[in-house]
Design a protein around this ligand. Sequence first.
Ligand SMILES: Cc1cc2nc3c(=O)[nH]c(=O)nc-3n(C[C@H](O)[C@H](O)[C@H](O)COP(=O)(O)O)c2cc1C
Length: 320
Amino acid sequence: MTDNPAVYFAPLEGVTDAVYRRAHRASFPGVEKYYMPFVSPSRSMSFTVREASDLSPEKNRGIRAVPQVLAREGDLAAQMIRVLADQGYPEVNLNLGCPVGTVTGKGKGSAMLRDVDGLRRFLDQVYAAPPAQVSVKTRIGWESPEEWPLLAAIYREYPISELTVHPRTRGQFYTGEAWPEALAELQGAKFPVVYNGDLFTAEDCRRLLEKYPWVSALMLGRGLVTNPALARELAGGPPLQLEDITGFHRRLWAAYARECPPQAALGRMRQMMRFFFGCFDAPTRVKKDVLRAGNDREYEDAAEALFDCPMKSAPAFAGI
Ligand SMILES: Cc1cc2nc3c(=O)[nH]c(=O)nc-3n(C[C@H](O)[C@H](O)[C@H](O)COP(=O)(O)O)c2cc1C
């Protein structure tokens, strides 16, 4: 069993943008790759201003950042992979797991798992001659885990650079039991397998690795946003301290204030703080003040009040 498995930061739309990734990288060691929230290509292959900025190499300097593509048509995905490879990205990730209705309604994300012939056609086009390594992030089915053996068998047919499994069906969204046993279908696959889902403490990570020592990496999302020192701790470093949170918070707040319009900066911080609530025994009033802060002054006072609350002995994601 690997004692120090690679840790990847999962993509979280609305949280782990380039500002966040840089601030996290500068504050905490231990994350090997940062997966970016998805971009969804249009026929024109153009990006929104925000997407272009988030993807720009200078905003991701010094970080192993992996862009993620969400598309239904294989030719569109292949073209977008080319665009991203031309920007210098050696790996591009395919999103085959997003459960959100606005995405699945267009047949994208986890809706791709509903139609295995369509999925094969999509993968045929993407893997015909990819100009970069193409990894996949998937769920284990649309409606039922019984769909998983066939999906896993399909994935085994392709030169996937790395397969990340979030072992829930679409119907479960991010709640209900995750089913790590699904990994067994992939033991011995020719590509590395990454586990993602509900790893909120170093102990959760160790337990998973004890059972599945052959997984190549752990991808952490909500647990790592809540406890940004989780990868450090897993690698044997110190657990999260109050100074870690306040220092990281200061760095993030300064970066957002510099790079975003004031209300957007506040919005980003408030969203991130929902996760930090999992680190403190804070009264509801304190949390409400953080979420309702309408200007910098109110926000800073509210954040300070939160950081004055006692820290939990085991900080961990507890819902947002
Ligand atoms: C707010 C939010 C945004 C997310 N955005 C993305 C995304 O853009 N792409 C993606 O593949 N997964 C996305 N996810 C899923 C996460 O990457 C991850 O698979 C999920 O949170 C389960 O892992 P965890 O239990 O470690 O958080 C998102 C999840 C949340 C909660």
